[in-house]
Ligand binder design. Structure first.
Ligand code: SF4
Length: 305
């Protein structure tokens, strides 16, 4: 990364700014494949499934797959939006696979998942944004395995009927990530709107008050501490139950650059602030992702700092 990037005005998030290169120790993850990891990989391939673990180049893949946990990415591996932080392919997606719900359920059964996170690409090309297909996948897993399913959804363009369709499938938790502060939406999430994401979370609670909701923020994209505190307040105001906060890592030089490696102490502080605001479950740490130890998060175990 060019020095000019490193020298941008410092933005202090709690414990402070760290130089961009080299990557700090707390973000260095070392892992190797083992039998469980191999089983996960083999089953995903056998059933033709994608995961956000691979598509988003998640640093936790070794740990999660090593525990037999993966987050399934449905409706293809091509997204109709062009978020600057995301490694998932962009363009014109293929038609939906009608067998996908059965394949997700079968894989989930073989892996013995008791809690599965399903997420999807944005499918703005579909009339319902893919909500009915998403719902079919949730139902299929529950009927086949009895597992709890967390749905990490796109915004469905704020469609109430799409959300109703999805919530009728009774995910145990509905997650929708705001990703960043509103000031950065134009560069980080072009084609998406901060207020619409809050609206989706608020509307989910209105439609199904008993379903937990969760959102995620990435740090290190150039946001300010005050901006993050505002997002925390906005999410609580939208009656969001859970919050995850993690470090943004650029998938490649062609993606948005990391502006800051936020110190783990700052994640711990933000996590405590979020807990004090009334979130039921909070996971905050450099390697935390929305789906990282989602089962433990949901059940109130400490994840991250
Ligand atoms: S944190 Fe989520 S996306 Fe990353 S490897 Fe684990 S399950 Fe996959």
């Amino acid at each position: 990364m060019a020095d000019t990037d490193v020298r941008k005005p410092p933005i202090r998030i709690g414990a402070g700014v760290v130089r961009i290169e080299p990557k700090p120790e707390w973000l260095k993850v070392r892992w190797g494949a083992g039998p469980t990891f191999n089983l996960v990989e083999q089953q995903l391939r056998a059933h033709g499934l994608h995961t956000v673990c691979e598509e988003a180049i998640c640093p936790n893949r070794g740990e999660c797959w090593g525990r037999g946990v993966a987050t399934v990415l449905i409706m293809g591996d091509v997204c109709t939006r062009r978020c600057g932080f995301c490694a998932i392919g962009k363009g014109r997606p293929a038609a939906l696979d009608p067998n996908e719900p059965a394949h997700v359920a079968e894989t989930s059964a073989i892996l013995g998942a008791r809690y599965l996170v399903i997420t999807s690409v944005d499918r703005d090309d579909l009339p319902d944004g893919g909500a009915s297909h998403f719902a079919a996948c949730i139902r299929s897993v529950r009927e086949r395995t009895g597992a709890d399913v967390e749905a990490l959804i796109p915004d469905f363009k704020g469609s109430r009927s799409a959300l109703e369709t999805l919530l009728e499938a009774q995910p145990i938790c509905l997650a929708h990530s705001v990703e960043t502060v509103p000031e950065l939406y134009r560069t980080v999430r072009p084609g998406s709107f901060y207020d619409r994401s809050l609206f989706v979370l608020r509307m989910s609670k209105e439609i199904s008050p008993g379903t937990a909701t969760k959102s995620n923020i990435m740090l290190g994209l150039g946001e300010t501490r005050d901006g993050v505190l505002r997002v925390i307040d906005d999410l609580r105001e939208a009656r969001c139950d859970g919050l995850t906060i993690g470090q943004y890592l650029a998938p490649s030089r062609g993606h948005l650059p990391v502006r800051e490696y936020v110190h783990p102490d700052a994640f711990a502080e933000l996590g405590e602030i979020a807990r004090s605001k009334g979130f039921t479950f909070v996971a905050s740490g450099p390697l935390v992702r929305s789906s990282y130890k989602a089962d433990q998060q949901f059940h109130g175990e400490r994840v991250g700092s």
